[in-house]
Write a protein that binds this ligand. Sequence first.
Ligand SMILES: Cc1cc2nc3c(=O)[nH]c(=O)nc-3n(C[C@H](O)[C@H](O)[C@H](O)COP(=O)(O)OP(=O)(O)OC[C@H]3O[C@@H](n4cnc5c(N)ncnc54)[C@H](O)[C@@H]3O)c2cc1C
Ligand SMILES: NC(=O)c1ccc[n+]([C@@H]2O[C@H](COP(=O)([O-])OP(=O)(O)OC[C@H]3O[C@@H](n4cnc5c(N)ncnc54)[C@H](O)[C@@H]3O)[C@@H](O)[C@H]2O)c1
Length: 481
Amino acid sequence: MVEKTDGVTTVLHPDICVIGGGSAGLSLAAGAAAFGVPVVLIERGRMGGDCLNTGCVPSKALIAAARHAHAVRKAAEFGVSAGEPVIDFEKVHAHVRSVIAAIAPNDSVERFTAMGVRVIEAEARFVDRDTVMAGGLTIRARRFVIATGSSTIVPPIPGLADAGYLTNETLFDLTRPPEHLLVIGAGPAGLEMAQAHRRLGAKVTVIDAGRALSGEDPELARIVLDRLRGEGIVIWEHALVLAAEKTAGGVRLQCETETGSVTIDGSALLLTTGRRGNTAGLGLEAADVGVTANGIAVDASLRTGNRRVYAIGDAAGGLQFTHAANYHASLVLREILFRLPARENRDIVPRATFTDPEIAAVGLGEDEARRRYRQVNILRWPYAENDRAQAERATGGLIKIVAGRRGRILGVTIAGAGAAEMINMWSMAIANGQGLRHVRGAVAPYPTMTEIGKRAVIAYYTPLTRKPAVRAIIRLLRRFG
Ligand SMILES: Cc1cc2nc3c(=O)[nH]c(=O)nc-3n(C[C@H](O)[C@H](O)[C@H](O)COP(=O)(O)OP(=O)(O)OC[C@H]3O[C@@H](n4cnc5c(N)ncnc54)[C@H](O)[C@@H]3O)c2cc1C
Ligand SMILES: NC(=O)c1ccc[n+]([C@@H]2O[C@H](COP(=O)([O-])OP(=O)(O)OC[C@H]3O[C@@H](n4cnc5c(N)ncnc54)[C@H](O)[C@@H]3O)[C@@H](O)[C@H]2O)c1
């Protein structure tokens, strides 16, 4: 990398300058370095970003602890006596920290420096279309990639700031369980954390202005919501939080629900009200980079209004998943390194919410498929018809497959045990334009829950067995012995 010092400032001239060392930025920097391309990565906080420090990793570690507590409570159903679990929240917290610590070296400054990435630990800011300043250094790169992540949207609820609230940035620092956790926002983040805390001994109330899990097919979302309610979580849907206030015991919310006004007292409040791409302080105006209500304005190739600048991951204000961030990084890298046109295809990006049961989906939902195509077939198969699900006592679940003409797979949603793992097969099928016949032709080991999808597909072909033409062929062939 060309580096010039004029006695006052040092100017770096990499091919690529990445702003943000979270899932998106690290993925892009690692890919560029692997091809020997000079790359600068600027990170103002902790390497690994949200996913490692305050998102996926701590939340999944907490969920794992909660699942063990739940398994102890449920053990009697299997003839194993265990009683009520003893939960040491400080040790749960230590478990969460140790999982982060185990993964952190993969995202460390040392590892990336060893790969050949020049890591600058400072805040980055554009000063013009082609220049970023960070930590007293000037970076003039051929291409810039903004990967600054997102932050919780704080709703304008009167009294909220004074009442005090937790977000994903502070939730995992708790070393004592909240007695009664109030959660505003019943999306993936809110419901995952609601169930984890409930299973770890807290009372939990969730409030949403709209439908809970509104991004998912209502038929399948209902399976998850029924289970959560069955575990004692109170979920208010279509409820407006009008005001918040601090109380001696914690926090009080005044809500307007479908059945009237309700006052809810809790000991702590968590906001999981959606996330907006981080744009503040980046000097985007100087770089001619536009913003939207969700984050940085990009086109389908993740390019901003400034042709040299891309935005990827949560910052781009679209899909907000670690795997989407990695996908974005691969698309932009393809375009920068090989000049191959990049085009984001959201239909191939799966999503999974790690409640129990999980809900996972890829491709089009039924409504969207009906909007786009004239002929749509809906296939369903319940977990209760699967032998493994019976053995595991995990019969509450359903797969729903949306197929088009000639059995092309358009979308799949699964609510049930192992849904996040099971969706992989369908992601692969959709990404490769495959149809139901490809699934029919594959053999799934018995007894596994993967068979649930295959059974749905076989049911789709069952009417074939009754077709007169098919039966006539069989009759004809029987004559030959
Ligand atoms: C509670 C929770 C659970 C989640 N669970 C999952 C899950 O199970 N699966 C999943 O796929 N996704 C999950 N997500 C979403 C996932 O965490 C994000 O999609 C992912 O982290 C986005 O990566 P990113 O690189 O775009 O942003 P980030 O990881 O946020 O990284 C952005 C980085 O940029 C840095 N930065 C910002 N501005 C500047 C600046 N001006 N200069 C220098 N550096 C800057 C920040 O410090 C940060 O480190 C979860 C999110 C939350 C909140
Ligand atoms: N398993 C996962 O992959 C996972 C887990 C957590 C988060 N995430 C990602 O992080 C992002 C943020 O997640 P999230 O669940 O916070 O966002 P979300 O946008 O999915 O859900 C936010 C919810 O908050 C509600 N809401 C917003 N303002 C409100 C208000 N004032 N009063 C009541 N309800 C209000 C909305 O109606 C919505 O249902 C998502 O894009 C998600 O994909 C992913």
